[in-house]
Write a protein of this length. Structure first.
Length: 155
């Protein structure tokens, strides 16, 4: 295996981690919405935040680095239409993901406070959770579209 194949493999694995981990933790987090047990909710958000640090963040960094290397070494044009579309979609996904990370950290703080004080969830929790859910959609749809573009490479 040459360096190109190695970098391409890293690119594919990090893309898979980005989409797969994102989908998995989103499902896990969304399911926590339906339990009244604050300990279960806290476990879900704590694990979600940890998974974002361990898996999602490194994949978010690896994607543009390996992608740029591949474009430079594959003889592709930096301004090919399908690549411009992937750049735009990745930026949109990132602009959705960054507030989601902050929201997750804030939800974790709210849950910790409620557990420590033995109080119910405040309205802020539910408002932030809805925003978290809404922001996830354009990010996931964008990543799926990027996968599609990478596979078909339309001209």
């Amino acid at each position: 295996m040459g360096i190109y194949d190695f970098i391409k493999t890293i690119h594919i694995i990090s893309a898979t981690i980005l989409l797969g981990t994102g989908l998995g933790i989103a499902f896990f987090m969304f399911c926590s919405r339906f339990t009244p047990n604050l300990h279960e909710k806290f476990y879900a958000i704590r694990t979600t935040v940890l998974a974002d640090y361990i898996f999602t963040a490194p994949a978010v960094i690896a994607q543009p680095l390996t992608g740029a290397w591949l474009v430079a070494h594959a003889g592709l044009g930096w301004t090919d239409t399908w690549l411009l579309a992937t750049y735009a979609l990745y930026i949109i996904a990132g602009l959705c993901w960054l507030p989601v990370v902050w929201i997750q950290i804030r939800l974790k703080q709210i849950l910790k406070t409620c557990l420590d004080r033995g109080i119910p969830l405040p309205p802020e929790y539910h408002k932030l959770f809805r925003l978290w859910f809404i922001l996830g959609w354009p990010a996931f749809i964008g990543l799926i579209a990027i996968f599609f573009l990478m596979v078909i490479k339309p001209t």
